[in-house]
Design a protein around this ligand. Structure first.
Ligand code: ZN
Length: 314
């Protein structure tokens, strides 16, 4: 593992004064002190913090639980503990908008914040959350079909509201794409997080900038699972960016890097660590990409900082 000093030298060698991490979760179990330490040792100068508006109580509701169990059975999951595992993951993931906003307020130059709204909730709830996100002065909205238990084509009405809001307030929108840990490792259970389902929205809202988190690729079983769909969308629409959170190998393995380069997308790929969800430090993930032999120095400077600076500053 690289020391903080080695990392700094690699970063400076690219002509950068720090890197940008577009994907960090300030989970309630993560202390502010630990987060600041992880950021400092990785040479991060700007970091996007993501709220997650998920409802741990949702799967306590008997009707929702029964529907979820049926979906798990359809996905081939017969493990009786899977429902409890899902509930536990939701409890850990819940990150209030106010928590993100208060960290941004305390460190305005270092952090920028994405609020979150659960589009599977009633419209009154969605509108209230959007108001909250605007009042808190956040810069974008994070949506996650897996943990928020929604499917884009079924939540069309709420998503259109969210995207109209983003268009008016000039906010970014980040969609989780790909599988997720726990029961959501079963691709069938994560099918609502396929990038292709977002196409009608990306097409209808050309003024809204979409970040496809994980570039459709996260999956422990099938790494790169829906990478091709994500690349196809980003290639077709100039308002799509891809982050490599939890999938840094997209910037290391030649087959992925070549596909991104061929599609002309290395100017729209963002470094993200997914810290602390992935269990490694930000520095380790950054080091992996900074040492990639598939990228030129210019491309490294783009994905590690320049692309995100341009996107987040506009
Ligand atoms: Zn994440």
């Amino acid at each position: 593992m690289a020391t903080a000093q080695e990392l700094q030298e690699l970063i400076r060698g690219l002509g950068l004064d720090g890197i940008v991490d577009a994907h960090v979760h300030p989970l309630t179990i993560l202390s502010e002190q630990d987060l600041l330490k992880a950021i400092e040792e990785a040479g991060v100068k700007l970091c996007a913090l993501l709220a997650l508006d998920v409802d741990p109580g949702e799967l306590d509701d008997e009707r929702r639980a029964r529907a979820f169990i049926q979906e798990m059975l359809n996905a081939g999951i017969w493990d009786v503990r899977a429902l409890d595992m899902a509930k536990e993951l939701l409890r850990k993931a819940l990150t209030p908008n106010e928590r993100v906003a208060s960290m941004v307020r305390r460190y305005p130059g270092l952090f920028m914040g994405f609020g979150s709204v659960n589009p599977s909730k009633p419209m009154g709830y969605v509108l209230e959350r959007l108001r909250e996100i605007e009042d808190l002065g956040l810069s974008g909205i994070k949506l996650i079909p897996t943990l928020q238990l929604f499917c884009p084509h079924k939540a069309k009405k709420a998503l259109n509201k969210v995207l109209k809001f983003c268009r008016r307030a000039n906010m970014l929108v980040m969609f989780h794409t790909g599988c997720d840990p726990g029961p959501w490792e079963a691709p069938a259970l994560s099918r609502c997080a396929r990038p292709s389902l977002l196409e009608p929205f990306i097409r209808s809202f050309p003024e809204v900038r979409f970040i496809l988190a994980h570039a459709g690729s996260y999956s422990a079983r099938v790494p790169g699972i829906w990478f091709d769909e994500a690349v196809k969308l980003a290639r077709a629409y100039g308002n799509v960016w891809l982050d490599v959170a939890a999938v840094p190998y997209l910037l290391v393995e030649p087959r992925f890097v070549e596909a991104l380069r061929r599609a002309g997308l290395l100017g729209r790929v963002l470094f993200g660590s997914d810290y602390p969800v992935i269990g490694t430090s930000i520095a380790e993930v950054a080091y992996e990409v900074l040492c990639s032999s598939s990228l030129s120095d210019g491309e490294k400077a783009q994905v590690m900082a320049l692309n995100a600076e341009e996107l987040l500053a506009s």
